[in-house]
Structure formats: structure tokens, C-alpha cells
Write a protein that binds this ligand. Structure first.
Ligand code: NAD
Ligand code: DAU
Length: 353
């Protein structure tokens, strides 16, 4: 058996592929465009493992996707591929429209054609799992209940609007064509291989480099943090037992204000890698201009996936953030390759021909 994963060289996708192959004999065909966010070094431990078939390609390339589906006959497609960084979507929305909307549309079309041609059992067993975000629900007031699956979509950034559009397309392909889809809407992830443009890895990297730790606005915005391995286990569980056509919210029951997160990271660094001066890394915190249209609060009610599928996160924030800081301290070469751009040189070399 085989599954096809898109975006499997990114942060969550690479964690998913590694965990999948550690726990299953099933092959993974991994299609990734290797944008700036795709890093094959995340998957270097799989070198020589024939169960991992990497293909550099775009989900919007209909011919490529059709060929891969025909060749590998996957029993499921898990779609991680996306432009994922909110700040980049504010500076340049076009790529987000192209990959998150047009790309998802083309992928759905190719998958629909493949699925329609499967024999009965294959058709029934097939699943298309779309990995999405809690940001599609918009921003919560301080005292509002956490997002449930029935909250209205109210996306506020070009990123979340493009993800919302992709969710709607996935829903429509089920409703109209009967494609057996599943959608997960997850909160903020953190953990190994997180690209250091996002808050937690950026703060760890800047702290160690003696640079400013930029807090947007007053730092009181709230996110619901989930350790990435828990997100991966939720996706596996939904793929295994989710009701066709259903959406599942995935979250950590863990709301934290940004400033508290940054202070906690500083405390852990003070303990594990003290500054030479003896003062706290927190002294590097600097308040900067706020993100335009900054959503104030996200919080996920992950009750449905717990009631229906028995999934709950295994990691607490205290244990997950400690593991994460330790991972970054132990993988400074990975960080250096990303921040210097050396990982891109490797891609150029690898794909020159
Ligand atoms: P990421 O930016 O780290 O990785 C995205 C990957 O997709 C990269 O490897 C990139 O090369 C690839 N990609 C981009 N465009 C592509 C295209 N057109 N064709 C093929 N591959 C392409 O993102 P991430 O944080 O790992 O997020 C993965 C998915 O999970 C996204 O769909 C995102 O919306 C969703 N999500 C992320 C979070 C989070 O906190 N990071 C939370 C909830 C949901
Ligand atoms: O909620 C899920 C989403 O979480 C995913 O869908 C996105 O793909 C993912 O990038 C993430 O989006 P956020 O915008 O919440 O993540 P980011 O790490 O960029 O920012 C987290 C919070 O920290 C946010 O309130 C903005 C703030 N921030 C971020 C950066 C990069 C800062 O205060 N300073 C910073 O330098």
C-alpha cells in the first residue's frame, strides 16, 4: 500500500513522513515543489529507504500528479502543500492564491479523475485528506468560546482566505462528486524542523545569535499551541477512522499569549544555554510594529476528534516546548543551513540536471 503526501519537505509534512515511516510499512510518495520552505535535509534520515519516493513537483502540475497517481496507485492523498506564512501573504499574496487555491483545485481534479477510475473496493477505501488551519475561522474575542467545526468561516489575511477557499473546494468536491474527503483544521504547531521565520524558531535563533526578539504590538495576542508530532498523530487517526466528508478541529487545549511564549523560551534558554553575560535572553525582547490585521485570538475546541476518534494530544506545552528548545540547541547546523541559505545550494546541486 502507498500514500501520496504533498508538501512533505516542509515543517509539518516532513514530521508526518518521518513518523509515518517509523510506524508503518506503507510507502510514501512525497511531492514537494521545494519552495524556500521545503528542505530535504529534514528527510535526510530516510536516505536509502526505498519506502520514501521523493518527487520534486508542483501540486498545480496536473500532468505530473495524474502520472504519479496512475503509477503508484495510492490509497490516500494527504495534502500539506501550501504557502503557510501569514506575513509573507501580506507582502505578496499571489503565491498563496496560486498554490493554496489553484494548486488545491488542480490536485482535486487530478485526484477525482484517478478515484473515478478505481475499481469498487479501491473507490470506497480511498481518502483525500486536506490539512488546513484554525485561521479560517477568523479572530476570537477574549471571552468567546473556542472554535468548533460549525463556526462560520471569517478569514482575515490573504493566507487564511486562501486556505478557506481551498477548504471550500474540498468540501464541494465531496458534495458534488462524492470524492471521499476529510479536512483537519489545526492550531499553531511547534517542534523540530520549524522554519525560523515563525515565532518560536525565530525567537530561539535570534536569542542565540544575540539579536532582537521581535514582539508584534503588545504581545498579548493568543495562539493555541500544539506539538507537531501530536498534529501528525491526529492526521493519522483521521485518515484511519474519520467520517467521510467530515471536518475535525485539532488543537492543544493550550492558549498562550505571545509574550508569555517568548518569555518561556527565554527561561528555557537561560537554563539550557545561559548567556555569557549572566543576564536573561529576555533582555533581547523588543516591541515592533504590529502585523496588519493581526488576529487577536485563536482557540480550538478539539472535543469532536476526542469524542469521535479518541484522539488527544500527548505532549503538554511544558514538555513540548522543552523538547523543541533542546532540538534547536542540538541541531544548530540545520538552523545555520536554513538561515544562510545553504540548504538551497544543495537543492540546486541536487536538481541541476
Ligand atoms: P511549510 O511552509 O513549512 O511547508 C509547506 C511545504 O509545501 C514546503 O515543503 C513547500 O516546498 C511545499 N509547497 C509549497 N507550494 C507547493 C506546491 N505548489 N506544490 C508542491 N509543494 C509545495 O508549511 P507547514 O507549516 O508545514 O504547513 C503545512 C500545512 O499545514 C499547510 O497546508 C498549512 O496551511 C497547514 N497548517 C500549518 C500550521 C502551522 O502551525 N504551521 C497549522 C495548521 C495548519
Ligand atoms: O493557527 C495556525 C497557523 O499558525 C498556521 O495556519 C500558519 O501556517 C502558521 O504560520 C501559524 O500562523 P501564525 O501567524 O499564528 O504564526 P507565526 O509564528 O507567524 O506568529 C505567531 C504569533 O506571533 C502571531 O500572533 C504573530 C506573532 N509574531 C510572529 C513573528 C514571526 C510576533 O510577535 N513576532 C514575530 O516576529
Amino acid at each position: 500500500m502507498t500514500i501520496l503526501v504533498t508538501g512533505g519537505a516542509g515543517f509539518i509534512g516532513s514530521n508526518f513522513v518521518l513518523d509515518w515511516l517509523a510506524g508503518s510499512g506503507e510507502w510514501v510518495v512525497n511531492v514537494d515543489k521545494l519552495t524556500y520552505a521545503g528542505n530535504l535535509q529534514n528527510l535526510s534520515s530516510l536516505a536509502g529507504d526505498e519506502r520514501h519516493v521523493f518527487v520534486r513537483g508542483d501540486i498545480a502540475d496536473s500532468d505530473l500528479i495524474a502520472r504519479l497517481l496512475a503509477e503508484h496507485q495510492p490509497r490516500a492523498v494527504v495534502n500539506f502543500a501550501a504557502e503557510s506564512h501569514v506575513d509573507r501573504s501580506i507582502h505578496g499574496p499571489e503565491d498563496f492564491i496560486q498554490t493554496n487555491i489553484v494548486g488545491t483545485f488542480r490536485l482535486l481534479e487530478a485526484v477525482r479523475a484517478y478515484w473515478s477510475g478505481l475499481a469498487n473496493h479501491g473507490r470506497e477505501a480511498f481518502r483525500f485528506l486536506h490539512v488546513s488551519t484554525d485561521e479560517v475561522y477568523g479572530s476570537l474575542a477574549a471571552d468567546a468560546p473556542a472554535f468548533t467545526e460549525s463556526n462560520r468561516y471569517k478569514p482575515n489575511s490573504p493566507y487564511s482566505a486562501s486556505k478557506a477557499a481551498s477548504d471550500h473546494l474540498v468540501r464541494a468536491y465531496h458534495h458534488t462528486y462524492g470524492l471521499p474527503v476529510l479536512t483537519t483544521n489545526c492550531s499553531n504547531n511547534y517542534g523540530p524542523f520549524h522554519f525560523p521565520e515563525k515565532l518560536i524558531p525565530l525567537v530561539i535563533h535570534n536569542a542565540l545569535a544575540g539579536k532582537a526578539l521581535p514582539i508584534y504590538g503588545d504581545g498579548q495576542q493568543i495562539r493555541d499551541w500544539l506539538y507537531v508530532k501530536d498534529h501528525c498523530s491526529a492526521i493519522r487517526r483521521v485518515l484511519e477512522a474519520g467520517a467521510v466528508g467530515a471536518t475535525y478541529n485539532v488543537g492543544g487545549w493550550n492558549e498562550q499569549a505571545n509574550l508569555d511564549v517568548v518569555r518561556l523560551v527565554c527561561e528555557l534558554l537561560d537554563e539550557l544555554n545561559p548567556r555569557h553575560e549572566g543576564t536573561s535572553y529576555a533582555s533581547q525582547i523588543v516591541y515592533v510594529a504590529d502585523r496588519p490585521g493581526h488576529d487577536h485570538r485563536y482557540a480550538i475546541d478539539a472535543g469532536k476528534i476526542e469524542r469521535e476518534l479518541g484522539w488527544r494530544p500527548q505532549e503538554t506545552f511544558a514538555s513540548g516546548i522543552r523538547k523543541t528548545v533542546q532540538w534547536y540547541l542540538g541541531n544548530q547546523e540545520w538552523v545555520a543551513n536554513v538561515t544562510s541559505g545553504a540548504y538551497r545550494d544543495w537543492i540546486v546541486q541536487q536538481y541541476a540536471s
